[in-house]
Design a protein around this ligand. Sequence first.
Ligand code: NAG
Ligand code: NAG
Length: 174
Amino acid sequence: MDKSVIFLYITTLASLLVSSSALCPHESEIFRYSLQSQSHISISPYPPLKVDGNFLERALASKQRTGYTAVLFYASWCPFSCSMYPTFGMLSFMFPQVEHLAIEQSSALPSVFSRYGIHSLPSILIVNQTSRVRYHGQKDLYSLVQFYQTITGLEPVQYFDGNQSVILKVVKSP
Ligand SMILES: *[C@@H]1O[C@H](CO)[C@@H](O)[C@H](O)[C@H]1NC(C)=O
Ligand SMILES: *[C@@H]1O[C@H](CO)[C@@H](O)[C@H](O)[C@H]1NC(C)=O
């Protein structure tokens, strides 16, 4: 793979993360664009699906659901909360086997948030048929990847020259 393409791609990802607080309403579009413009990516990454409270409850109650679902609870008025969204998008394409749902505070009743034990935003929950685990920890991509690995037993998809340390290193150091 062409090294300059790789570095361009990393730069794009890094700048998305850094500038994310200013991007709240549009970051999913920008994120999708930056992925689509990279023709060397061979699997289709799905950006997180923005859902409301009803959708979330139906989705999580569904008996057809297999595997893991990650849910981001966030508030669009809070820059810190908003800045989680692009990170969640990165997780969505690093773990394409995990369904990713994002729910904004105003799109659900407070009872939905309290039912899932969400008392502060942003919060990330990983759910499967039998358990729900809420993430407590640093909200950086590197820590979250470790959390996903621990809970799901899945490895992040390797996009760069088969060298998975690249993406993790870039996002770890600010
Ligand atoms: C659900 O997740 C928990 C925690 O990671 C795991 O121990 C359990 O085996 C999972 N259950 C299913 C049905 O995948
Ligand atoms: C993976 O990336 C790191 C950091 O860029 C580099 O130091 C290392 O040599 C790479 N490993 C391989 C196998 O390409």
